[in-house]
Design a protein around this ligand. Structure first.
Ligand SMILES: Nc1ncnc2c1ncn2[C@@H]1O[C@H](COP(=O)(O)OP(=O)(O)OP(=O)(O)O)[C@@H](O)[C@H]1O
Ligand SMILES: [Mg+2]
Length: 260
């Protein structure tokens, strides 16, 4: 299923210059991200995961190196994508449907052309009957679902997700993972998914990229050869446990996980 590279990251370094210091966030990142793949990024806090996401989106510039999407260099904010941040960033004064349609307004498209798509997406994530509710009337998981619908409503080929389920309880998080896989299996968008959870990364992904502590480097890219569609019970298999163990061992060798 893996096709040609959609995103090519070549020799990318990122050094943030602040008033009193330099922060070397990313160190010589070389990575191809393939069209239609689900790629997860795992790494310790501060290793540059969000920075890498912002670089791909063109929201910050690399210090050295190049990033291309569809063979075009990313030199300014790239718009043919959807981004989901860790905080849902919903607007309190707009109802659920209008929060999803905000994406359309920002793009100066006609909201009425996308209303049915928005309603279909909300239905797909179990939010039928909540279209006219306001964010304050929703649970954290429901709010995050609205944010995901907003990132998808214009049908972008690329979805960047920065710890989208980080603030959710474990059960809701599992459900969101299933919902996301369901959407992904129907649309096969390219997904760049940042997480701190090893099992979540293994469960969702075609490949898992493990990063070192700052300055972030690529330690290993692990293909996950588990069949799809993946039921939750796949997490009880020995293959699944082996992937988890392998990644845990990488973090131990790196000194990120320490056992007495
Ligand atoms: N705008 C900025 N200016 C200066 N330093 C920054 C800026 N953004 C990030 N950094 C620094 O770059 C490093 C990487 O940050 P980044 O947010 O990419 O890490 P992360 O892997 O996403 O961490 P976390 O898992 O905690 O979200 C950190 O040391 C951070 O302090
Ligand atoms: Mg981050």
């Amino acid at each position: 299923m893996i096709n040609s590279p959609l995103i090519q990251i070549q020799n990318v370094n990122k050094i943030y210059l602040t008033a009193d210091q330099e922060v070397h966030a990313l160190d010589v990142i070389d990575l191809d991200i393939f069209e239609g793949e689900f790629l997860s990024i795992l790494g310790p806090s501060g290793c540059g995961k969000s920075t890498l996401l912002m670089l791909i989106a063109g929201l910050t510039k690399p210090t050295t190196g190049t990033i291309t999407i569809s063979n075009q260099p990313v030199l300014k904010p790239y718009t043919d994508l959807g981004i989901v941040f860790q905080r849902d960033l919903l607007l309190d004064w707009r109802n659920v449907l209008d929060n999803v349609l905000l994406q359309i307004e920002i793009r100066r498209l006609k909201s009425s052309d996308f209303e049915q798509t928005a309603l279909d997406l909300l239905q797909r994530v179990g939010l039928t009957d909540f279209e006219r509710r306001y964010p304050r009337e929703l649970s954290g998981g429901m709010r995050q679902r609205v944010a995901i619908c907003r990132a998808l409503v214009h049908d972008p080929p690329l979805l960047l997700m920065d710890e989208p389920f980080g603030a959710l309880d474990a059960l809701t998080r599992d459900q969101m993972g299933l919902d996301l896989l369901h959407i992904w299996e129907q649309s096969r968008k390219t997904v760049f998914f940042v997480t701190h959870s090893i099992p979540e990364a293994v469960f969702l992904s075609d490949r898992v990229l493990v990063m070192s502590a700052r300055p972030g480097r690529v330690v290993e890219v692990i293909p996950i050869d588990l069949p799809r569609p993946r039921p939750l019970s796949i997490r009880d298999t020995s293959e699944f446990a082996n992937y988890n163990r392998h990644i845990r061992e990488i973090f131990k060798v790196q000194g990120v996980l320490v056992e007495d």
